[in-house]
Design a protein around this ligand. Structure first.
Ligand code: ADP
Length: 477
């Protein structure tokens, strides 16, 4: 019998996306459908979501949610069964879902995502779903509201996509949440004297997951637990690490219309035309002797873009060129642009978000640098491998789980899909870049790695089965 799940999240591709969370929320329903799990997804009614909703009709309306009146519109968008929490005073704001135009957090973020949580709990009961799947801190109060709703407890899974974003607010918020006073406690939503959304999810949900097996281990340690390792250690019996996948139709170099030339594992040679287009877009010199390297991602400390800039002399020594596609912290964007100015024709930078450009880079770069200081799962290395760009990754979190290092042992077996190095060090990254260049110069080995990478299973299949098993267990099936 089909199991019904209400998923709750603050982002969904392609309508609202700041990171991998959006991709996962959009892809998981299709991966679960063949396993008899029907997912309906509740997201905030941002303008981009409401505009995309086809056949929208109201299925609920309340006056008393945290943050005031709201209604729920149901419709279809992007092939998904979508519920939009339509509350103009909270969500009718274009652009980034969390930040005001001046780049700071919206001051009412606590109230906005409390409304999402409260609405989810009411809807879950109204719809009579079998289980609820809450994603990240923005949905962290969902399990709390479920627990404090009268009637039988609807079971929930809380998935952490990044423990660094915790949704912490001052204690003043609590009185606006509509939760019983007893919930403001260490055995509840209270966290260091304030309200902790992520903490609440970790405390109240029946099952917990994060997005790779290695990250699920790392967050149990004081180094990786970001102040929540104690609580996580107390819940290891219900904590699972399930790696993300990518949608193989969405990310397919054989059909991707954005590429200058399409290709496959059997015929990778058209990649050269994409490399040429990358060179054109980033104004690179045409006389490269080493590999074309790329960085795609948020320009933040987590992603280690500063390490890339520190390793730049070694990179240039190898005859490599570098393109950077990202946006994020102003100081890091400026540092990237300064590197471009210092090395015109050898370093190209695009500060901004452009999926078409990202696709060309994935399809043309020889290797993609991912020196993250921590990485819950990471999608960049999955997409890169699918597109035959060799990932050069720090050994951390999901990067450690999804790339096979082309060390001597692996190569002697014909294995290897990437290059892995000790994390958090520019020296180790520089050494990895030199190793990558040597592999690149050995044509046959490089073609082997490229073919291995493109054949690696980066799909949702196995992971969807694990999610389905958790939902079945939660629902007592
Ligand atoms: P995050 O920590 O940001 O969620 P992930 O690796 O899980 O990192 O997901 C990042 C996703 O966003 C990938 O699909 C990547 O291709 C995409 N992406 C990141 N930055 C950009 C950008 N500037 N332009 C286009 N796509 C980007």
């Amino acid at each position: 019998m089909t199991l019904s799940v209400l998923a709750v999240a603050s982002e969904i591709y392609p309508f609202v996306k700041t990171g991998g969370l959006a991709d996962v929320v959009a892809a998981l329903p299709a991966a679960l459908a063949p396993l008899d799990v029907a997912v309906t997804t509740l997201v905030p009614g941002y303008p981009a979501v409401c505009d995309a909703l086809e056949g929208a009709h109201e299925i609920a309306a309340w006056q008393d949610l945290p943050g005031g009146a709201a209604r729920v519109l149901r419709g279809r968008a992007g092939g998904l069964d979508l519920l939009a929490l339509d509350s103009p005073q909270l969500f009718d704001r274009p652009g980034n879902p969390y930040l005001a135009p001046d780049g700071t957090d919206w001051p009412d973020n606590g109230l906005r995502f409390a409304a999402l949580g409260a609405a989810a709990a009411r809807l879950a009961h109204a719809l009579g779903v079998d289980a609820v799947h809450a994603h990240d801190w923005q949905a962290g109060l969902v399990p709390a509201y479920l627990r404090h709703t009268e009637g039988p407890l609807l079971p929930s899974l809380f998935t952490v996509h990044n423990l660094a974003f915790q949704g912490r607010f001052s204690a003043d918020l609590f009185s606006l949440l509509g939760l019983p006073a007893s919930a403001f406690a260490i055995d509840g939503v209270e966290f260091h004297g304030g309200v902790g959304f992520l903490k609440a999810g970790l405390w109240y949900a029946n099952a917990l997951s994060t997005v790779s097996p290695t990250y699920a281990e790392e967050i149990l340690t004081p180094e990786g637990g970001m102040g929540l390792d104690g609580l996580l250690r107390a819940r290891t019996d219900v904590l699972f690490g399930i790696r993300n996948g990518i949608d193989l139709e969405e990310w397919n170099p054989a059909t991707d219309p954005h590429l200058a030339a399409r290709f496959s594992a059997d015929d990778p040679y058209p990649r050269a035309a994409n490399a040429a287009l990358v060179g054109e877009r980033f104004a690179l010199d045409g006389n490269r002797v080493g590999p074309l390297l790329a960085f795609i991602g948020r320009l933040t400390w987590q992603k280690g873009i500063d390490l890339v800039l520190e390793a730049l002399p070694a990179l240039l020594d190898c005859g490599a060129q570098l393109v950077i596609l990202g946006q994020g912290e102003a100081a890091l964007s400026a540092a990237c642009e300064a590197a471009q100015a210092a090395h015109p024709g050898r370093v190209g930078v695009f500060v901004g978000y452009s999926e078409p450009l990202a696709r060309i880079v994935y399809g043309g770069a020889d290797a993609v640098l991912i020196p993250s200081r921590f990485e819950p799962c990471g999608l960049v290395q999955l997409i890169a491998q699918r597109y035959g760009a060799i990932p050069v990754v720090a050994r951390t979190g999901g990067l450690a789980d999804t790339v096979i290092d082309a060390n001597d042992a692996a190569l002697s077996m014909g294995w290897g899909t990437g290059v892995m190095f000790a994390s958090s060090s520019a020296y180790a990254l520089a050494a990895a870049i030199r190793r990558t260049s040597r592999l690149f110069q050995d044509r046959n080995t490089w073609l082997r790695l490229q073919a291995n990478a493109m054949q690696l299973d980066v799909s949702w299949r196995g992971s969807a089965e694990r999610y389905a098993a958790i939902f079945r267990r939660l629902a007592g099936r």
